[in-house]
Design a protein around this ligand. Structure first.
Ligand code: AMP
Ligand code: MG
Length: 318
């Protein structure tokens, strides 16, 4: 049987323009995509992911002009950020125009938009116009960073996974909005807070405890491997107490020095960018190894390390 993993942008574009759902590469993680003009296809994305309908989708566009058509207003500080980081891994949440359906925004008056930084996807978007695309994982599972991850998650139900190689950023976009006159971070991600604060000054963090609006990126259990996962500074201690277990270890830049079934050093050169690139990739790999547990060393809590730690804390919850 022909693989659903293919590289024809023309075919991907024709499918989207005909109202089909396909998987697409982005620089952050792979997405499940549909043209914003096909409610049935958008509906199918929610179904395929098992995603609650209360959780909005991000809209991806090729140009700033397209983004402006999809919104009623574009607060100046968010425009400044978009100017700096687009095409790139920053999603802005802004008041939507009538071109974006309530179905996409889960009934909210705002829409999350970004211009992704991926050459094949940008070519595709130029042909299709805006597409809605959440990450291509079943609800609460780890986001996919290769075409194969997507095909493994959805062996049925997708006509095509457009192959764009392994994702360069490797974790989801950073999501920001503008509330009470302040840039507010809804989700940590592939653009660091430090980089954002360089452009707009100090940001606020959305407090999901104080709101009944919780997005999947904020829910406590999300991004979880099937294998039991633990985050600890004391890897040696953990290993010595579980000597009969089959353990997989993920460390940042130096080996844990323990003898276990499998150990991956995310970045021997100490690059947080490389660690982000490889974290989901490694978790997907470890999930195939039939381990008793995965033990992860927390990353330095700065820059992208903070975003990765945020994901790890959700991977272990519950
Ligand atoms: P995913 O692409 O699966 O990581 O999901 C997209 C993320 O963007 C989810 O956490 C959404 O809830 C969030 N998002 C999309 N639109 C909005 C919006 N209008 N307001 C707040 N968050 C949003
Ligand atoms: Mg997601």
């Amino acid at each position: 049987m022909e693989s659903i993993i293919q590289s024809s942008i023309e075919k991907a574009s024709a499918l989207l323009i005909n109202g089909e759902v396909i998987a697409i590469p982005t620089e952050t993680v792979y997405g499940l995509a549909a043209s914003i003009d096909f409610p049935q296809a958008i509906n199918y994305i929610f179904e395929l992911k098992g995603r609650p309908r209360t959780n909005p989708l991000i809209v991806h566009v090729a140009t700033f002009e397209q983004a402006e058509k999809l919104c009623m207003s574009f607060p100046e500080p968010l425009k400044k950020l978009a100017n700096q980081f687009w095409p790139g891994s920053l999603t802005v949440v802004i008041p939507k125009s009538e071109l974006v359906s309530d179905q996409i925004t889960a009934g909210k008056s705002t829409v999350g938009i970004r211009i992704p930084n991926h050459p094949e996807l940008l070519k595709l978007l130029e042909q299709t116009g805006p597409i809605a695309a959440p990450s291509a994982n079943p609800f609460e599972r780890i986001s996919p960073t290769t075409a194969k991850h997507v095909a493994d998650y959805f062996p049925k139900g997708l006509k095509m996974v457009l192959d764009g190689g392994a994702c360069q950023a490797g974790i989801e976009s950073t999501i920001v909005g503008f509330e009470n006159n302040q840039v507010t971070v809804y989700r940590l991600g592939a653009i660091s807070i430090e980089a954002i604060e360089k452009i707009v000054g100090e940001v606020a963090f959305f407090d999901s405890e104080k709101s009944h609006f919780v997005t999947p990126g904020m829910s406590k259990k999300h991004y979880a491997p099937k294998t039991k996962t633990i985050v600890t500074e004391n890897i040696e201690d953990f290993v010595s107490k579980h000597s009969t277990s089959k353990i997989g270890i993920i460390v940042f830049e130096k080996s844990s020095g323990t003898t276990v079934s499998k150990e991956v050093i995310l970045s021997p050169s100490g690059s947080l960018h490389e660690a982000a690139q490889r974290i989901y990739l490694t978790l997907h790999e470890f999930d195939q190894l039939d381990l008793d547990c995965i033990v992860i060393e927390p990353l330095p809590n700065q820059g992208l390390g903070r975003s990765i730690n945020d994901r790890l804390s959700r991977a272990v919850h519950g």
